[in-house]
Design a protein around this ligand. Structure first.
Ligand SMILES: C[S@@+](CC[C@H](N)C(=O)[O-])C[C@H]1O[C@@H](n2cnc3c(N)ncnc32)[C@H](O)[C@@H]1O
Length: 341
């Protein structure tokens, strides 16, 4: 029987931004926090959010159909509630809130991705860098509000991966970990909670230190996690048995990736491990759509930065002198690429 082409997947992907924008707008309006553990009718929830009545039923019912809200009953008396997932992850009063990444997607990336065609034709970033010409981290960190949004966004992306790393990697053989570009010290806090024998250095740019220290203190880990400020292109990396970099290498071009890999090598003892936690692309570049889209996102954000395969990582690390390699799949599309000195 001949294969009948089916257009539905084309149309589903072509319109995927509708669903995406509905979710992002719900986060922008803080709908899931306002709803909290209450049940509200469309008119109550619409009033709470300051919405015009034209869109309320369509918006809330689309969220029901997309499984981001539950509803008891139908029509004007129907009452909307958070699902167990939105209650846990999109209510700001929940300790497991991960709305930072959707907030950043909405406030920054949604608009920038509108210029993907320009990015592909020019190879140039389409983010703030395009208009202001400043290096991206300077641009992001030039005011406290943007810095807060960015740092919280990172947290949402990596928590599941760091928990998986704590489970899967054999940390028992090591005593010290330096997390390079550690942001809010999430890796140190999560791996540290699972492995009490480890001590950590979390290393990032100076404006991040205060935020990282607050999180470390709040976790009661002040004695075990040292917050250190510096620039990884200027300073040596803090020495440790294990050097971790979560979503760091993909922020830079090949030349700078290699500089960072060499610095990691220099900061490790013989037998030490360098671990990159990234959306590692499969070697044949056919399967990990998320990793490939992330690499396009790096084009949009930064221009010459890119994501890479496990084979790429191995080649660059071999060049720096590393001897043995391993890939550990973590949560979803993310893996730990590991090189041993
Ligand atoms: C994409 S975020 C990754 C954060 C975290 N490791 C994670 O996995 O979620 C990149 C981090 O690198 C830090 N960073 C950027 N340039 C840096 C530099 N030159 N020196 C030190 N840290 C830097 C940023 O402040 C940011 O926290």
């Amino acid at each position: 029987m001949s294969h009948q082409p089916d257009p539905s997947y084309i149309m589903q992907t072509a319109t995927a931004f509708w669903a995406s924008k509905v979710l992002l707008t719900a986060v922008e309006l803080d709908l899931f926090t306002k709803l909290g553990d209450q049940a509200m009718t469309a008119s109550q929830l619409g009033d709470e959010l300051g919405l015009h009545p034209r869109g309320t039923f369509d918006f809330f019912d689309a969220l029901v159909a997309l499984k981001f809200l539950d509803r008891d009953g139908d029509g004007p008396q129907g009452e909307y509630k958070n699902t167990s997932e939105t209650a846990a992850f999109l209510n700001k009063n929940s300790p497991t809130y991960i709305g930072g990444m959707p907030e950043m997607m909405n406030a920054r990336l949604f608009g920038f991705w509108n210029h993907l065609g320009t990015a592909l034709k020019t190879g140039q970033p389409q983010s703030e860098t395009k208009t202001h010409g400043k290096p991206i981290f300077e641009e992001l960190y030039d005011n406290e509000a943007k810095l807060g949004v960015f740092l919280e966004a990172m947290t949402g992306f990596q928590a599941g991966n760091f928990i998986a790393l704590a489970e899967k990697f054999d940390f028992l053989r090591y005593k010290t970990v330096s997390d390079i570009g550690g942001a809010l010290a999430l890796l140190s806090r999560l791996v540290g909670a699972r492995h009490e024998h480890l001590t950590f250095t979390t290393f990032d740019l100076p404006p991040v230190a205060r935020h990282a220290q607050e999180h470390v203190d709040a976790a009661g880990m002040t004695e075990r996690i040292k917050v250190v400020s510096g620039d990884f292109f200027v300073n040596d990396l803090p020495k440790a048995d294990v050097i971790t970099m979560g979503n760091i290498l993909h922020d830079w071009n090949l030349e700078k990736k290699k500089v960072l890999i060499k610095k990691a090598y220099d900061a490790l003892p013989e037998g030490g491990a360098f671990i990159a936690i990234e959306n590692l692309i499969d070697d044949a570049r056919r399967e990990n759509a998320f990793g490939l889209l992330m690499s396009l996102n790096m084009l949009i954000e930064l221009g010459d930065a890119f994501d890479y395969t496990g084979a790429d990582f191995r080649e660059w690390c071999e060049e720096a002198g590393f001897k043995r390699f391993e890939i550990l799949p973590l949560a979803g599309p993310t893996s730990a690429a590991i090189a041993y000195k």
